[in-house]
Design a protein around this ligand. Structure first.
Ligand code: THU
Length: 131
């Protein structure tokens, strides 16, 4: 059983570390591995813009670099002064497709008990694979 509320709380906490002085848009993500471990991430911007990294990819790259390969779900929260439902960008969806099954759950919300549930297949149909 996935504890969605806990995952949302972890994403909200991760958002606090967002480094986003250029956009003012703070994003937090909490990635749940199938072994129960959670990796948090935030967006990290750069004055040259291009090197900026999304919260989702920060969480994925932290987890993958620690040897994790099996993922169950990710919670994402984002917004400026006010939180809005924040869906993952196309690049992050492609990164998810590299490591996750079509049933991987993507939780997008604004409060611990206020969220939408989507699957990767729903948000990235007909994904590209180099297989
Ligand atoms: N951003 C994320 O971290 N995740 C998303 O799903 C969408 C966008 C970040 C990138 C940039 O730092 C800021 O939000 C505005 O685009």
């Amino acid at each position: 059983m996935i504890e969605y509320e806990k995952l949302m709380q972890e994403a909200l906490q991760a958002r606090e570390a967002s480094y986003s002085p250029y956009s003012g848009f703070k994003v937090g993500a909490a990635l749940l591995c199938k072994n129960g471990k959670i990796y948090a991430g935030c967006n990290i911007e750069n004055g040259a813009y291009g090197p900026s990294n999304c919260a989702e990819r920060t969480a994925f790259f932290k987890a993958v670099s620690e040897g994790e390969r099996e993922f169950a779900a990710i919670a994402i929260v984002g917004g400026g002064d006010q939180l809005q439902v924040c869906y993952p960008c196309g690049v992050c969806r492609q990164v998810m497709a590299e490591f996750c099954s079509p049933e991987f759950e993507i939780i997008c919300g604004t409060e611990p008990q206020q969220y939408e549930k989507h699957t990767l297949e729903e948000l990235l149909p007909k994904a590209f694979f180099l297989k």
